[in-house]
Write a protein that binds this ligand. Structure first.
Ligand SMILES: Nc1ncnc2c1ncn2[C@@H]1O[C@H](COP(=O)(O)OP(=O)(O)O)[C@@H](O)[C@H]1O
Ligand SMILES: [Mg+2]
Length: 222
């Protein structure tokens, strides 16, 4: 379970500090699916980055299965991400000069899995996302929709216990979006906890709980 209490985040803006998230409380149970909506600039990506252990909150606590992530060292945070988190970031963060296979294999290499195991898993996920034919292409010359699928493949290849996705269907056509939704649905049925930032109603409707980030607060939407 992921549990945020009293989480606050502020950023410096010139000489001022303006708070973006203020006293956010959120409980995400194992296997649950959560959609986060909200206007551009409301802090959705920042909240996901906190859940991913990529940035720390200024105040408040984040617990993962009872462990205090907000008090972890840089090394411990890296371990938290490596073993638990799959993250489809908003702008993909892929290695543009490396090919699709290499990008998707990376999280498994960090986990020191064998070459054989990596090959099996990468090929399976590329097939699932219908991008096997792109395997040897450098990511830098793929289309936005293709890159988005590579980013999704990289996030799910290690079968993470928590999948975080930041507007994961933003660059996809309708048919590809359906494929991705089906994959997310299956992952969730198999027990993956999911937190998805989305503007897309059909993606949000996939999730059991919905929240809107507004005026620094997270409000449940029914
Ligand atoms: N590292 C940072 N330093 C300063 N300002 C930031 C930083 N990260 C985000 N912000 C600001 O916080 C606001 C919200 O950003 P973000 O979380 O990306 O919102 P959203 O994903 O909802 O569009 C933006 O105005 C952005 O400029
Ligand atoms: Mg964002």
């Amino acid at each position: 379970m992921l549990e945020l209490s009293g989480v606050k985040k502020q950023f410096r803006n010139g000489n001022d500090y303006s708070s973006l998230l203020d006293h956010i409380d959120l409980r995400i149970y194992k296997g649950e699916s959560v959609a986060i909506q909200g206007k551009s600039g409301s802090g959705k990506s920042t909240l996901l980055n906190i859940l991913a252990g990529l940035i720390q909150s200024d105040e408040g606590i984040m617990l993962f299965n009872g462990k205090d992530v907000s008090a972890m060292t840089t090394n411990e945070l890296a371990g938290y991400r490596k073993y638990n988190i799959g993250f489809v970031t908003q702008y993909f963060n892929l290695l543009g000069d490396r090919n699709v296979y290499h990008n998707v294999a990376l999280p498994l290499q960090y986990l020191r899995q064998s070459k054989k195991e990596i090959k099996l898993k990468v090929e399976k996920v590329l097939e699932e996302l219908e991008i096997s034919h792109l395997k040897s292409r450098p990511v830098g010359n793929l289309s936005g929709g293709e890159r988005q699928r590579v980013a999704i493949a990289r996030a799910i290849v290690k079968n993470p216990s928590i999948l975080l996705a930041d507007e994961p269907t933003g660059s996809l056509d309708e048919k590809t979006e359906e494929t991705i939704l089906e994959i997310f649905k299956n992952l969730n049925h198999r027990g993956t906890t999911m937190v998805i930032v989305t503007h897309d109603k059909s993606v949000a409707n996939l999730c059991k709980k919905k929240y809107e980030l507004k005026n620094k607060k997270l409000n449940a939407i029914s």
